[in-house]
Design a binder for this molecule. Sequence first.
Ligand SMILES: NC(=O)c1ccc[n+]([C@@H]2O[C@H](COP(=O)([O-])OP(=O)(O)OC[C@H]3O[C@@H](n4cnc5c(N)ncnc54)[C@H](OP(=O)(O)O)[C@@H]3O)[C@@H](O)[C@H]2O)c1
Length: 268
Amino acid sequence: MPIPVSAPPDLSRLFSVAGKNVLITGGTGGLGGMLASAFLAAGARVWITGRKAQALAAAKATLAALGPVETLEGDLGNSEGVKSIIAGFQAQADQLHVLINNAGQTWGAPLERFPEQAWDSVQAVNVKAPFMLVQGLLPQLCAAASDADPARIINIGSVYGVTTDVQQAYSYTASKAAIHQLTAVLARELAPKRILVNAIAPGLFHTKMTNFWLENAALRETMLAAVPLNRLGTVEDIGGLALFLCSRAGAYLTGNILPLDGGILAAR
Ligand SMILES: NC(=O)c1ccc[n+]([C@@H]2O[C@H](COP(=O)([O-])OP(=O)(O)OC[C@H]3O[C@@H](n4cnc5c(N)ncnc54)[C@H](OP(=O)(O)O)[C@@H]3O)[C@@H](O)[C@H]2O)c1
């Protein structure tokens, strides 16, 4: 086959997500806030979700400097909250090009005392809610999907869904392994509808979730020692990968669990 020198990829469009509708759960801060800023900077229209009206208003005020951002309030730990987020989006848009299931919870406690309630709430937010959001928003994902530009679902998993060194976060590690598996299953089922489903498995980023360890100098050093690149992840790292997955450049990837971990899994 000839080298396509007369028709190389159009680099001005290859990595573009401009004009896409993007829903990011848990977008008031942390990785969700990083993802929201990346998609807005790239010209997308973004919806972020959260549990608290005040936190949502503050995030919207900050992110609005980058582009069009809307908020949807709801607790993803229960069906009513999930349904209200779905209905809130459907009242504002007919098409959803990108759904990012980012919101997540963790809990750590010794095996003997691990609370049943913590098991249930982590599973509800980390596994059940992403499934229900896909189910409820399928019409809008299908409406956005085409052969040339499939719709995208990105589930935020974790290296803790793969490793066994999980700091007593039993429900968390099980939930992340589950979302990885659900990613592959949905990718297979939704490919004919031209919806691509991938998971990003982050390693170590400084957010509210990891602040307990990272604000302690000794613990921070121990955790960084497990990262071959010896640094935390940044907005460029998570934003860059997510933008790639949602652009034309990422249109042939589905069903993948992509570690974004500075080499943590490679070093096991
Ligand atoms: N940070 C890391 O190093 C790391 C590593 C691997 C994977 N991850 C994953 O990355 C994702 C984002 O976590 P993060 O690190 O950015 O932590 P974070 O700053 O604590 O953010 C968690 C987000 O989830 C939302 N959330 C939690 N419980 C919720 C509920 N019941 N209903 C609705 N929203 C809820 C929070 O929203 P509110 O505004 O309502 O609190 C918040 O926006 C999670 O899935 C996490 O497992 C993070």
